[in-house]
Write a protein that binds this ligand. Structure first.
Ligand code: AAL
Length: 420
């Protein structure tokens, strides 16, 4: 009897041992066959992933917007202190510079147009009638103690006399502080914008104080590209940052044949604010965008990429300041944003990021009184702020907003004439 029992228990034991690998395999099989976990893993899980889920963990700083330091919403505030002649189109302010803080106040420079008539297009323009919103303009500046109410200080860079660069218009400026001196880079038009295209090089003026007086260098500091090169006609939106011990000046150019104008952004680097600037061999370095808005972030460079191109409405990041990748996708980004970047000129190795700045809105009333206004934007693209309200991923807008995005007459006719 005892023998029978021990043989039976031996058989049972052997059977269980034999089953173990199958059981554990079926257990592990069921683990890998288990669906994606209900609680979103903080880091890339060790399991087969779709391309989208791989990207969710590889392309972005965090698996959700709330965890992504380079994701933010943007909030806007109307500025006090600027008069626009009842918005009749004769006064325009646009394309603000970065904001700096000096002498206990904030400074911003911008394109200022004050003409007897609103822009009339190239054909109807003359020495006093502007072709475009930034034609026949000067560079003015304003100061503020809080970034919301501004005091206009007047002209910083007037239009120089012919034949100096910028005699037709000086516009779209940005500020650099370098070794205790100040430099304003700006588009220097020597023909009416719109005659051929929006064609201009970049000029520069310098001063010992942000309040001027500004001395024009009276030479082209960022030249147009050679014939047939992408930036042969326009060097727009000069945007200097001190990075890796040098001046990294980002800019935009309009190229390709009309009506399919392409806008991309390039980089020119110099050791001296007055040049020579060497254009990067990999230019264009950003494949989309319009006006330039960048800031040092950690050891690299971040960029707000707006309005045009396959990758508009993105926030991008380049570990080396040159090779940009999408870091976040967002909406209602500041147009022509000029952020307040405390470490824009400190050659930082750990860029802290941004929380506010000045941007613009164009054509705010309609083409017959075309002009632009400045406004303030706030955001959370900072290592030193964590504002969950700025990390929300949806903006609720009223039906009127959507209805103003209406069909054109031609689209309506096409739809109504489409056979069922
Ligand atoms: C802006 C900028 C440049 C262009 C025009 C004025 O948005 O891109 O400055 O020349 O438009």
């Amino acid at each position: 009897m005892l023998l029978k029992k021990s043989i039976a228990s031996l058989i049972l034991f052997t059977f269980v041992i034999a089953l173990l690998p199958v059981l554990s395999f079926s257990q592990s099989k069921s683990k890998s066959e288990k669906g994606f976990p209900f609680i979103l893993p903080d880091s890339k899980p060790d399991r087969p992933l779709s391309e989208a889920l791989k990207r969710n963990y590889e392309a972005y700083i965090g698996p959700q917007p709330i965890d992504n330091e380079l994701y933010t919403q943007f909030k806007y505030t109307e500025l006090k202190g600027f008069d626009y002649n009842n918005h009749d189109g004769t006064i325009s302010r646009r394309d603000p510079s970065k904001v700096i803080f000096k002498n206990g106040k904030y400074y911003v420079w911008y394109t200022y147009r004050h003409t007897s008539k609103p822009p009339q297009g190239a054909a109807l323009s003359n020495d006093t009638i502007p072709s475009a919103d930034w034609d026949l303009s000067e560079i003015w500046y304003a100061t503020s103690t809080d970034g919301f109410t501004w005091e206009e200080q007047g002209v910083a860079i007037p239009r120089p006399p012919k034949p100096h660069v910028g005699w037709r218009s000086v516009s779209t400026t940005d500020i650099l502080e370098w070794k205790g001196k100040y430099y304003l880079y700006y588009q220097g038009f020597m023909e009416t914008s719109g005659k051929r295209g929006d064609d201009c090089p970049v000029a520069v003026s310098y001063a010992d104080s942000p309040d001027g007086p500004w001395t024009p260098y009276n030479k082209i500091v960022i030249p147009n590209g050679g014939e047939g090169e992408w930036d042969q006609f326009s060097i727009h939106d000069p945007y200097p940052i001190v990075y890796k011990g040098k001046i990294y000046l980002y800019y935009k150019s309009d190229f390709n044949k009309q009506p399919n104008l392409v806008r991309m952004q390039g980089l020119a680097i110099a050791d001296n604010p007055l040049g020579p600037f060497k254009k990067h061999p990999l230019n264009p370095v950003i494949n989309s965008g319009h006006e330039t808005t960048l800031f040092p972030f950690k050891s690299g460079m971040a960029a707000l990429v707006i309005r045009d191109g396959n990758e508009h409405n993105t926030i991008q990041y380049a570990e080396d300041g040159v090779n940009f990748k999408i870091a976040a996708i967002t909406e209602y980004l500041p147009i022509a944003g000029g952020p307040y970047i405390p470490d824009a000129f400190t050659d930082t190795k750990d860029g802290r990021g941004i929380t506010w700045g000045i941007s613009h809105l164009t054509n705010v009333t309609g083409w017959d009184t075309n002009h632009s206004v400045l406004l303030r934007f706030d955001c959370d693209l900072s290592q030193d702020l964590h504002d969950p309200e700025m990390k929300k991923a949806h903006v609720y807008l009223k039906p009127e907003f959507y209805y103003q995005l209406g069909l054109s007459k031609e689209q309506k006719e096409r739809i109504l004439n489409t056979k069922r």
